[in-house]
Design a protein around this ligand. Structure first.
Ligand code: NAP
Length: 290
C-alpha cells in the first residue's frame, strides 16, 4: 500500500505527511489495531504523546503493520510534569524505549507553562540537544500562542517546525496561523473534526452543522471528509483520531476532491473563536483541568 497523503515540507526540509492518525484517548487495547489498520489504509503519520499512555502500543502497531519504520513519521510529546532540562532528556529516553525505536521523527512540547516559563525554555533546550545529537529529526511545540512563541524563540537556537493547536471550523485561530506562517512554522490541527466539542461536550458539533452537512451532500463526501479537506486546502496539517476501522478509512479518503474557494469561505464563516479545550494561557503542570 502506497501512502495516500501528500507531504508538507517542514522548515528543516523534512517532508511530513499532511494527514495522520491521532491516538489521544485510544485505549492501549485498541491502539495496536488502530495504528496497523491506519498504516494499511495509507497513513504514514502517527501522533501520540507520553501523556496518552499508549506509546508502547503505537510502536507495536507500527511493527505489526509490516511497513518499514523509516516510512512512518512518528510524533510524540513531552508532558508538562516532565519539564526541565534533565527531566526532559530522561522523559525522551522513556518515550523512545516505550515506542521501541532508536530515533524519533518529531518531538513536541505538549503545552507552554506561562506561569513557570523557565521550565518550558529548559525543556526546549533539551529538545535542541536531542536534535543536535540526531536522536530526533525535528522539534516543535503544541498550544503556543504568538506571545509564547516570541518568548521561546528569543531564548532559542532552533525555531519550532510545528505548532500543533486546537483548530476546527468553530476555532479558526487566524492570528495564530499567520504568526506561525511568518516564523516558517507549520500549523497542525488537533481536534480537526471538532472531537473536543463532542467528548467534552463543550460546544456545538461541527460534524452536524447544516453548512457542513450541505457541503458533504454537494461533494458526495461525509462531514468529516469535508472538514479535513478544508484544513488541507488551507495548508493545515491534520491528525484525526479514530479507533473504528470504517472511520479510519473514511478520514484518509480525502485526496480525490478539493473544495471550491467559496465553499472554503463558507466553512471559514463558521468561526466562533471558541475553544473546546483548555486555554494555554492558564495551563500549569499536572493533569488537564477542564
Ligand atoms: N497537542 C495537544 O494538546 C492535543 C490535544 C488533543 C488532541 N491532540 C491530538 O490530535 C488528535 C485528534 O484530536 P481529537 O482526538 O481531540 O479529535 P478529532 O480527531 O477531531 O475527533 C476524534 C473524535 O471523533 C470521532 N470520529 C473520528 N472520525 C470520525 C468520523 N469520520 N465521523 C464521526 N466521528 C468521528 C472519534 O471517535 P471514534 O474513535 O470512536 O471513531 C473521536 O471521538 C488526537 O488524537 C491527538 O493525537 C493533541
Amino acid at each position: 500500500m502506497i501512502a495516500k497523503s501528500f507531504t508538507i515540507d517542514l522548515s528543516n526540509r523534512i517532508a511530513m505527511p499532511a494527514l495522520g492518525l491521532g491516538v489521544f484517548q485510544s485505549g492501549p487495547e485498541e491502539t495496536v489495531a488502530a495504528v496497523s489498520t491506519a498504516i494499511a489504509d495509507g497513513y504514514r503519520l502517527i501522533d501520540t504523546a507520553a501523556a496518552y499512555g499508549n506509546e508502547a502500543e503505537v510502536g507495536e502497531g507500527i511493527r505489526a503493520s509490516g511497513i518499514d519504520r523509516a516510512e512512518i513519521f512518528v510524533t510524540t510529546k513531552l508532558k508538562p510534569d516532565d519539564y526541565g532540562f534533565e527531566e526532559a532528556l530522561r522523559a525522551f529516553d522513556r518515550s523512545l524505549a516505550a515506542l521501541g525505536f532508536d530515533t524519533l521523527d518529531l518531538y513536541l512540547l505538549h503545552w507552554p507553562l506561562p506561569k513557570t516559563f523557565e521550565s518550558t525554555v529548559a525543556s526546549w533546550k533539551a529538545a535542541e540537544r536531542l536534535l543536535s545529537e540526531g536522536r530526533v529529526r525535528a522539534i516543535g511545540v503544541c498550544n503556543f500562542n504568538p506571545n509564547h512563541l516570541d518568548a521561546l524563540i528569543a531564548r532559542a537556537d532552533v525555531v519550532p517546525v510545528i505548532n500543533q493547536v486546537e483548530l476546527h471550523p468553530f476555532l479558526l485561530q487566524n492570528d495564530l496561523r499567520a504568526a506561525n506562517a511568518k516564523l516558517g512554522i507549520v500549523t497542525q490541527a488537533w481536534s480537526p473534526i471538532g472531537g473536543v466539542n463532542r467528548y467534552w461536550e463543550s460546544g456545538e458539533d461541527p460534524l452536524t452543522h447544516p453548512v457542513i452537512v450541505a457541503l458533504a451532500e454537494k461533494y458526495g463526501k461525509s462531514p468529516a471528509q469535508v472538514i479535513l479537506r478544508w484544513h488541507l486546502d488551507r495548508g493545515v496539517s491534520v491528525i484525526p483520531k479514530s479507533v473504528k476501522p470504517a472511520r479510519i478509512a473514511e478520514n484518509i479518503d480525502v485526496f480525490d476532491f478539493a473544495l471550491a474557494t467559496d465553499d472554503i469561505e463558507a466553512v471559514d464563516a463558521l468561526d466562533q473563536n471558541k475553544r473546546g479545550g483548555p486555554d494555554p494561557e492558564t495551563r500549569a503542570a499536572g493533569p488537564i483541568k477542564r
